[in-house]
Design a protein around this ligand. Structure first.
Ligand code: FAD
Ligand code: DHB
Length: 391
């Protein structure tokens, strides 16, 4: 049996950021991750970070490379009915921006910092079980390198994503869950070609949604709406480019093609559990909530949860006050629900639902015309997109 202050389950962006606690607040932690370091560091997912979240990473001492290599964006484009319209995010939000910096890079930076600080982070931890959550000595049992271990903690941070064990270890009847499935998914590719647009393009098209984004000045990231259970074998690279070409087509503009380095299908769902705490277990990030990717809120929400948790733990260890720990769930859920609504709204406005009729399509087009012509409507989109400080 070993002891620590905070036992962290999961080394995704949420778990790794909780792990940064010691650097700022002197709080000790042990991280347990089911996968290998290589797997965690190469999982291609999010790429867009709100300015406020980038600032949190810098303040936590893990933002040097993000500041050097992140690409700051001041606007995005919405495309529909053969026209592209720019939403000037910074002009509409008093100068706020978003940063393109891959989740893979965030994770590499966080792992590097943690290991350099000498804090324990165990990869390939098997059969992790959170126990005694309702006591003041919760435990994590697990197997590592063939041996059974037990870790006694003050609190457990459940950062093990949507399919993790932490949420599932809370007794039935405690949590209330809310969810929505969407009848489509995203097929995403990473391509070795300079992005054809300096700013993101979200395209609403009769053939379905498409998104042009990027990872660097040499790497494009592109998504097309597909079925949620789409078989990747049915999507050779030529078909993906053909689909992207027709959905993103614009007079006088060309989509440059290049070698596809990686491709995958992402399902889309909305999901929230309340509360995000049970006894001494605190859920953070995808373990507590999922948004559909349109609007890029998932990673941002995960890091905001952890910021709230870190401040609450720091206050508790400093003064003995549980006030911030007690409001952790309600504080996070206010932001979570705002992001849930925004992501659902962006998704509904931009995708083609299989059962949509002409009435639905006219409503979508009307909404798109409204957000691209009314300053009030565009400002609402912009302030949600760059991230609201208070909700
Ligand atoms: P995760 O990243 O899922 O990490 C959880 C970790 O826990 C994993 O490493 C997992 O291996 C580990 N784990 C699971 N079970 C156990 C267990 N039993 N024991 C130990 N460890 C365990 N978000 C954005 O903000 N912007 C975007 O542009 C964006 N684009 C996306 C594109 C795609 C294709 C996808 C799939 C997601 C995207 N997201 C985006 C969402 C974002 O990637 C997630 O919200 C984010 O990864 C959540 O971080 P997390 O740390 O909470 O969970
Ligand atoms: C990216 C993903 C998103 O879901 C989004 O809305 C914007 C950007 C990305 O992967 O870069």
């Amino acid at each position: 049996m070993t002891r620590t202050q905070v036992g962290i389950v999961g080394a995704g962006p949420a778990g790794l950021t909780v792990a940064g606690l010691r650097r700022r607040n002197g709080i000790e932690s042990v991280g347990l991750e089911a996968r290998t370091r290589d797997y965690v560091g190469h999982r291609i997912r999010a790429g867009l970070i709100e300015q406020g979240v980038a600032d949190l990473l810098v303040a936590a001492g893990v933002g040097d490379r993000l500041q050097r290599e992140g690409l700051v964006h001041h606007g995005i484009n919405l495309q529909f009915a053969g026209e592209r319209h720019r939403i000037p995010l910074s002009d509409l939000t008093g100068g706020k921006n978003v940063v393109i910096y891959g989740q893979t890079e965030v994770v590499k930076d966080l792992i590097g910092t943690r290991l350099a600080d000498g804090d324990p982070l165990l990869f390939e931890a098997e059969d992790v079980q959170p126990l005694d959550l309702e006591t003041d000595r919760p435990r994590l049992t697990y197997r590592h390198e063939g041996e059974g271990h037990e870790l006694e903690c003050d609190v457990i941070a459940g950062c093990d994503g949507f399919h993790g064990v932490c949420r599932a270890s809370i007794p039935k009847g405690v949590l209330r869950s809310f969810s929505r499935e969407y009848p489509y998914g995203w097929l995403g590719v990473l391509a070795a070609v300079a992005p054809s647009s300096g700013e993101l393009v979200y395209a609403h098209h009769a053939r379905g949604f498409a998104l042009l984004t990027l990872r660097s000045l040499e790497l494009s990231r592109l998504y097309v709406q597909c079925r949620p259970d789409e078989d990747l074998d049915e999507w050779p690279d030529d078909r993906i480019w053909e689909e992207l070409q027709s959905r993103l087509a614009l007079d006088g503009w060309n989509l440059a093609e290049g070698p596809v380095l990686e491709k995958g299908v992402t399902g889309m769902r909305s999901f929230v559990v309340e509360p995000m705490r049970h006894g001494r277990l605190f859920l953070a990030g995808d373990a507590a909530h999922i948004v559909p990717p349109t609007g890029a809120k998932g990673l941002n929400l995960a890091l905001r949860d952890v910021h709230v948790l870190s401040e609450a733990l720091a206050e508790w260890y400093r003064s003995g006050s549980t006030a911030l720990l007690d409001t952790y769930s309600s504080t996070c859920l206010r932001r979570v629900w705002r992001a849930e609504h925004f992501s659902w709204w962006m998704t509904s406005m931009l995708h083609r639902a299989p059962d949509a009729d002409d009435f639905d399509r006219q409503l979508q087009l009307s909404q798109l015309r409204y957000v691209t012509t009314s300053t009030a409507a565009a400002t609402s989109l912009a302030e949600n997109y760059v991230g609201l400080d208070s909700v």
